[in-house]
Structures are given as C-alpha cells and as structure tokens.
Design a protein around this ligand. Structure first.
Ligand code: FES
Length: 322
C-alpha cells in the first residue's frame, strides 16, 4: 500500500485559462524544491471544506520549485472544484499529497500519441512539455467543445507545440470531433496512445484501440464513469489479514477497507473510487473481482494486486498482505 505524504503549499498564482478553468501554481512557502514528479502524475488536493480531489500536474517535471494544476469548475461534482474556484486565493495555503503517477509515459514507445478531452489536457500538457524537451516523437489531438473552453490554447498554438497539436472543437456533438477510426484504425509499430478526458472520449478511444497490442494504450480516469461501486448482486466474502491471521467477513454493502479500518487497521486511502491507487494491496491467495480504473489489464489479470477501497472477491476468501 502506498503511504500518503501531505505537503502544505502556497498558492503563488491563479490564472484563468479558459471558460470555467483556472490554473493554480503551488510552491513551497519557504521557496524550497518540491518532491520530484514525472509527466502524467497527479496530486490529491484538500480543497476548502475538506473535499479531496485529484488534479494532474501540467507543468514540466524539470521544474523543481512548483506544481501547476488545472481545475475545471464542475457544477455536478462533489464541491471540490467549486471550492477551488470560489474559496482559494493567491497567498492561501493548500494541503496536497506528494505526486503519484498512475499514468506514466512508456519508456519503450517510439512515438507518443496524446488524446486529450477538456480538462484532461492537464497531464497531457506535462507530457508534451517533457517529450518536446527530450526530443521524443509525439503528437497531440485536443478535443473540446469550443475555442473558449480550450485551456492553454494560446500556449499550444505557438512554437514549439503548434505543429504537433491538432485542435478538435465538436460543439457538443462527438460525431463532429476527432475521427478516432482514422487516427487509431491501424496500429504502427512502436506507437503508444494516451488518453485523458470525459468518459465518452475514453470509452471511444478504448473501443478503437482494442486491436492494439497489449500495453500500448494508456488511460487516466479522474471521475468514475465506470462501474466501481457496489452492485445489486454483490455477495459477502471473507478476507484474511496475513499478518494476524484474523478473518473478516465483508458484507455485500461494505468495502474491504471499511471493514478493516473499522477494526483499526488504518489502511491508507484517498479516492475510495478505484482511481488513485493509494490502497493497492498485494493478494496472497484468492481471486479478486476488480472494480477499479487504476490497475492495468496485466495487473488485473495477474490477480496479485487489489484496490481494497472498491474491489471485491470472486473466490470465497482473499488472503491479503496486510
Ligand atoms: S483509495 Fe483510491 S484506489 Fe483505493
């Protein structure tokens, strides 16, 4: 399981990047360097009101002294993004976790194809900066409704990005957006695709890359459009904690982490939705029923890991390395 380190950072600058999108530059209050990060990484931010939300870092990982996150005001969200827009000012401090990267660039790809939708541009921007700086081969397709809703448009319309970035404004009709069949229909050796954006775009990219070789399509989920929650036909199962041998019954309406933490085990967690990876735990025996969006296909197939905040068991009992 990942340990969660919290940092208290100062909001150095807030910039309106597009309609309903602001960026926040976060620095160490004493001006020191911050924990290093890789392109694709995110942090969890405790917004005012104590509503943690995940935000990708959009700046170049080579910048040691700041993190820049982009925040879309989401009226239908849990209030975290609205709090960031309405209650956070320059000079305030925010509690955030150290960066975590569940969306790394492939080290073996010969070309990187970035597909961003809306606020999903934020990890892609860090990737584009890194790839451009290191001389890698890359291109980006950036899908938004309108030019007004396109964060970082000026930046990405200018050198060195302009000739590698294609904008797609669909006006709300996905049929008028990027032609994924044309873009992804034929897989070329060495190409990896990365996608972050609304569920519809992610699902469409997943569907259009089903024939791609395993491990060449990468996705970053931020809000859960998938089925990570409880289901009507969920049943109880048992979890054995390896360190103590104690066996717990996980009822149909409770998660593993709920039951174990109710007994004082203090397993770290953040999102509770299977998207952050904080609660990933080794499975020693039994077969997990994966519900998360953070483990990749190979990790799920191996049966050796489980996100205990939302995943369950196909076998009668799981033995976990806790
Ligand atoms: S707490 Fe985020 S994946 Fe489990």
């Amino acid at each position: 399981m990942a340990n969660v380190d919290w940092l208290t950072l100062k909001v150095a600058k807030i910039t309106t990047e597009a309609e309903d999108i602001k960026s926040f530059e976060l620095i160490d209050p004493s001006g020191g360097d911050l924990p290093a990060f890789e392109a694709g990484a995110h942090v969890d931010v405790n917004a005012p009101g104590g509503i943690p939300r995940q935000y990708s870092l959009s700046n170049d990982p080579a910048e040691a002294n700041r993190y820049v996150i982009g925040v879309l005001r989401e009226p239908a969200g849990r209030g975290g993004s609205a709090a960031m827009h309405d209650k956070v000012s320059e000079g305030d401090t925010l509690e955030i976790t150290s960066p975590i990267n569940n969306f790394p660039l492939s080290s073996v790809a010969e070309k990187h194809l970035l597909i961003a939708g809306g606020i999903g541009i934020t990890p892609m921007l860090a990737m584009a900066r890194y790839l451009e700086r290191t001389g890698a081969s890359w291109e980006m397709h950036y899908c938004t409704r309108t030019a007004e809703k396109t964060a970082f448009r000026d930046l990405l319309s200018a050198p060195p990005f302009a000739d590698k970035v294609t904008f797609h404004h669909d006006g709300g009709d996905p049929a008028k957006g990027v032609d994924l069949k044309a873009l992804l229909g034929r897989h070329e050796d060495g190409v990896h695709v990365y996608c972050c954006g609304p569920g519809g775009l992610m699902n469409a990219v997943q569907a259009n890359t089903e024939h791609w070789p395993a491990g060449t399509a990468h996705f970053e989920f931020f809000s859960v459009d998938g089925d990570t929650g409880p289901r009507d036909d969920d049943e109880s199962f048992e979890v054995e904690v390896a360190s103590t041998g104690k066996v717990y019954v996980i009822p149909a309406d409770k998660s593993i982490i709920d039951v174990l933490n109710d007994d004082g085990l203090n397993i770290p967690f953040m999102c509770s939705e299977g998207i952050c990876g904080t609660c990933i735990t080794d499975v020693l025996e039994g077969e997990p029923d994966h519900r998360d969006m953070v483990l990749d296909d190979d990790e799920k197939e191996s049966g050796e890991l489980i996100t205990v905040c939302c995943s369950r068991a196909k076998s009668k009992r799981l033995k976990l390395d806790i």
